[in-house]
Design a protein around this ligand. Structure first.
Ligand code: GUN
Ligand code: ZN
Length: 430
């Protein structure tokens, strides 16, 4: 159905000049869910004058958020108090993920998980499923019904985990390839080769992961890298002949421009150089890093001039403590301030929209409100709470209004969410 959404339009670049800002704007989406036109409301082409309008007044109309790293089978286990990453995985995470071998359970959970994303203004995500093929299939099927861009794959782990969440190098490769054939490229879905991390995969499994990444056209790869000190120490004892943690993945062909490494906190100069040379991506997950006490990831260190590492941002729920990309931007700001770097509001919102789209190889499709892209829209009420409303009175610039929103906003600020032009969530006003 053709539809118009109106409000204050904004899309993001790193600097103010690269942003689009139309105070009284309109986005027109077509029957196919893609954007037909966007611009100032007064310039609306004649052909669209009779199209039904959802008018959001003073609300901001922006691209839906993209979460570059989140775990579906952890959707309800936020706030699990582990001592550190490895303790948290063993005590809480693996037992919870074991439930997802049951296809009916996974199917019901997938609906709740996607509802959660949408109610937080997130319209696309790169997601870890569990080790069970039923789990990734359930998520793909639920996302297809919503016409949502979801990138996921079966998690692979074949050592040091309970039998209920363990596969083998051979089964992991076979099931991953079958899932790729079944789902990759169907509508908006993409397959992601997903070895959990080098702690829970044998060398044989990392090897088949590298082979899959090479042989499956357009598939992405996701894993975890250098998140906690305990993990780095474990890697050193498991892989004594590799130079460092990044070198382990490098040896198996896992560094590439299609590879996303979550966290990347404790990286040496050499590791940053290799990640940069291979155009690999590091996903910053600040609420998780704070919650699990993993450390302070320095964006400035990773992006350093001569060997910049490409960055993404994610919630990492359930290690992360919020589904909200606004809360995640706040945590990113706070973590960066502690490392001596002060990100701008434009930079933060860019990361969560166009930046993530670009590193996930989706910038032709999502991340901005341009004609031809999917009409994935977050409608944000910058005065959603009394605290936000009074803070907004002080703002004189768009950047300051966005900054206050990043620091003080959460799901209460999400007035509505559209996916492929269809309203999938609307916040009931009191
Ligand atoms: N490293 C390996 N698995 C995980 C996970 O599920 N969450 C986080 N935060 N780190 C991991
Ligand atoms: Zn993770």
């Amino acid at each position: 159905m053709t539809r118009i959404v109106t409000g204050e339009l904004v899309t993001f670049g790193v600097t103010a000049e690269e942003c689009l800002h139309v105070p009284n704007g309109a986005v027109v989406s077509g029957d196919d869910g893609r954007i037909l036109w966007r611009g100032a409301r007064q310039d609306l082409p004649e052909a669209y004058r009779a199209v039904p309008v959802d008018d959001f007044g003073d609300c901001l109309i922006m691209p839906g958020f993209i979460d570059a790293h989140i775990h579906f089978p952890q959707y309800r286990m936020l706030a699990a108090p582990g001592k550190d990453l490895l303790d948290w995985l063993t005590r809480f995470t693996f037992p919870e993920e074991a439930r997802y071998g049951d296809a009916a359970y996974a199917a019901a959970a997938a609906e709740k998980f996607l509802d959660r994303l949408v109610s937080h203004g997130t319209t696309s995500a790169m997601v870890f499923s569990s080790v069970h093929k039923e789990c990734a299939s359930a998520l793909f099927a639920a996302a297809a019904r919503r016409q949502m861009t979801i990138l996921t794959g079966k998690t692979m782990m074949d050592r040091d985990v309970p039998a209920s969440v363990c596969d083998s190098a051979e089964a992991g490769a076979r099931e991953s390839e079958a899932l790729y054939r079944q789902w990759h490229g169907k509508g908006r879905l993409r397959y992601v080769v997903s070895p959990r991390f080098a702690v829970t995969s044998t060398e044989a499994q990392l090897k088949v992961s590298g082979e899959l990444l090479k042989s499956l056209p357009d598939a992405l790869m996701q894993t975890h890298l250098s998140e906690s000190i305990g993990e780095v120490v474990r890697i050193r004892s498991l892989y004594p002949n590799d130079t460092d943690y990044t070198d382990v993945y490098d040896r198996f062909g896992l560094l590439s421009e299609r590879s996303v490494f979550a966290h990347g906190i404790h990286l040496s100069e050499r590791e940053c150089q290799r990640l940069s040379e291979t155009r690999s991506v590091v996903a910053h997950c600040p609420t998780s890093n704070l919650f699990l006490g993993s450390g302070l990831m320095s964006m400035a260190h990773l992006r350093q001039g001569s060997r910049p590492v490409r960055l993404a941002i994610g919630t990492d729920v359930g290690g992360g403590s919020s589904y909200s990309m606004l809360s995640t931007l706040r945590a990113a700001y706070e973590v960066q301030m502690l490392t001596g770097y002060k990100p701008s509001a434009f930079e933060l919102f860019h990361l969560a929209t166009r930046g993530n789209a670009s590193v996930l190889r989706l910038d032709e499709e999502i991340g901005a409100l341009d004609a031809g892209k999917w009409a994935d829209i977050a409608v944000i009420d910058p005065k959603a709470t009394p605290v936000l409303a009074s803070r907004q009175e002080l703002s004189e610039t768009l950047e300051d209004r966005l900054f206050a929103l990043a620091i003080l906003g959460d799901d209460r600020a999400i007035r509505a969410t559209y996916i492929a032009g269809k309203k999938m969530h609307e916040r009931k006003l009191a």
